[in-house]
Design a protein around this ligand. Structure first.
Ligand code: CA
Ligand code: ZN
Length: 271
């Protein structure tokens, strides 16, 4: 395993941070930049890239925005708007009076996809713009490797973001991310999987929320069959009782959901 500290720009390539470029339209090719790609020796299709997120250090202010071109609230917005939001010890201070507790998380993290290149605005089986709240300090992310060397990249850190990212942005902020990369040979699942102290979580992306839900549940059952020694239909009942289907984001080109399931109910607790 190798440990790296990676510098990331915010999702507007830091353009809205500086007063000189704040009023300008950010060109689409500068949206959601990711730092990379990083070639990992020995990583091949069929392997898994294990990413342990050790630390996310953020700047002292971020940008939140909304616009009439993005997400379910777009019909209620005219033009583009942004607010600069300061970071105090453990909260973000919106409009100087709303203290929102920080939840630092990574919006874009992934490997190169199968086939044609995908823009970093896209989430998918390769990871990418998953905007998933579980991808935070202390989390381990397992990414299915699709090409030789994996080609890992990361960016789009949020100081905080609610599930769904409903208005189209989190609290977008530059960061230094310290993480460890390691290849797990000869084993991979269909979608990215995250792990924290208490849960495993399958993260699925499809063009619609309905399809993302179907894919997420099928992949979760597939994963849990390897981990729990009871009949398939019993696993499904346990998934009903103890698992949580959650919406990660509804504002990117495709939709992302996740299913979290407690490790304490798994006979095999390792990926
Ligand atoms: Ca994002
Ligand atoms: Zn973002």
């Amino acid at each position: 395993p190798v440990t790296l500290t990676i510098e990331t720009k915010d999702c507007y390539s830091n353009m809205l941070r500086s007063p000189e470029t704040r009023g300008q339209l950010v060109p689409s090719e500068l949206i959601n930049p990711a730092t990379g790609p990083i070639f990992i020796e020995g990583a091949e299709p069929g392997d898994t890239l294990k990413v342990t997120i050790k630390k996310i250090d953020i700047e002292d202010f971020g940008v939140v925005s909304c616009g009439d071109d993005c997400g379910p609230l777009a019909p209620f917005i005219k033009g583009n708007h942004l607010e600069i939001v300061g970071i105090k010890e453990d909260f973000a201070e919106f409009l100087g009076k709303y203290k929102v507790p920080l939840h630092k998380m990574i919006g874009v993290i992934g490997v190169a996809p199968v086939g044609d290149a995908k823009r970093t605005s896209y989430p998918g089986r390769h990871g990418g713009n998953m905007d998933t709240n579980m991808i935070t300090e202390g989390t381990v992310l397992y990414l299915p490797v699709a090409v030789e060397g994996a080609l890992f990249a990361v960016g789009d850190v949020h100081a905080v973001m609610g599930d769904g990212e409903v208005g189209g942005s989190g609290l977008e902020i530059p960061a230094n991310i310290t993480l460890t990369l390691e290849v797990i040979k000869g084993k991979c699942y269909e979608f990215p999987i995250a792990e924290d102290d208490s849960d495993f979580c399958v993260i699925a992306t499809e063009p619609t929320l309905d399809k993302a839900t179907e894919s997420c549940m099928a992949a979760s059952l597939d994963f849990l069959k390897d981990k729990i020694d009871i009949e398939s239909q019993q696993i499904i009942m346990l998934m009903s009782l103890a698992g949580n289907l959650q919406v990660s984001q509804v504002v990117d080109p495709e939709m992302t959901v996740r299913f979290t399931f407690p490790k304490k109910f798994m006979d095999k607790k390792e990926f």
